[in-house]
Design a binder for this molecule. Structure first.
Ligand code: ZN
Length: 204
């Protein structure tokens, strides 16, 4: 098994009047996260973790804030690109472990739904996604949401280009049958395959 690991970090400041998007979900809260896109701090950290795992750059290199196309964009788009990059490099996600750091709102009540949402976006099972949340004790960062994410990825097994031995043997037999049929019909050469020595008629 060939594995690699990636780490991602992101932070966004809270801002009134925008929806709060975290983990691909819209949370019920009077403030959202400021950003060029939808400000989904969690998906941005996971995107960077996946890109980092295969040394494919970072979210900013693919989606520069200067590009107007990404204004208000659903961050699931960024994650999808990271998954494509990962597959292109020949890897798939084993698991991701995520820690959110924010004063409010409480993540605990929605953590299960958030895990399911992120797992869906990643195309993995919910047991492959961990989401933990902490408050920024002593950091004086109650107006900021931060996220750390680590991702383990594993090389995808090579597609079975070579058939199993039994398949090869079977196709060889079929080929021989075809050749025998051809020889038999063209030259009147009897088939090699020998009929059973006995049949029930003979025995009785
Ligand atoms: Zn971000």
């Amino acid at each position: 098994m060939e594995t690699r690991i990636g780490f991602g970090y992101d932070s966004h400041v809270f801002k009134a009047g925008v929806p709060l998007r975290i983990g691909g979900m819209t949370l019920d809260y009077p403030e959202g996260l400021a950003g060029h896109s939808d400000g989904d701090v969690l998906l941005h950290a996971v995107t960077d973790a996946l890109l980092g795992a295969v040394a494919a750059g970072d979210i900013g290199s693919f989606f520069p804030p200067s590009d107007p196309r990404w204004k208000g964009a659903d961050s699931a788009i960024f994650l999808k690109l990271a998954i494509d990059e990962l597959r292109h490099a020949g890897y798939h996600v084993v698991n991701v472990d995520i820690t959110l750091i924010l004063a409010k709102p409480k993540i605990g009540p929605v953590a299960g739904a958030m895990r399911a949402t992120v797992a869906d976006l990643l195309g993995v099972g919910i047991d492959q996604v961990s989401i933990k949340a902490k408050t920024p004790e002593g950091l004086n960062l109650d107006h900021v949401a931060q996220c750390h994410a680590v991702a383990l990825v594993e090389r995808i097994k090579e597609p079975e280009g070579l058939k199993s031995i039994s398949d090869v043997v079977e196709s060889q037999r079929q080929l021989e049958d075809v050749v025998e049929d051809l020889l038999s019909s063209v030259h009147g050469v009897p088939k090699k395959r020998v009929a059973p020595v006995y049949d029930t008629e003979d025995i009785t």
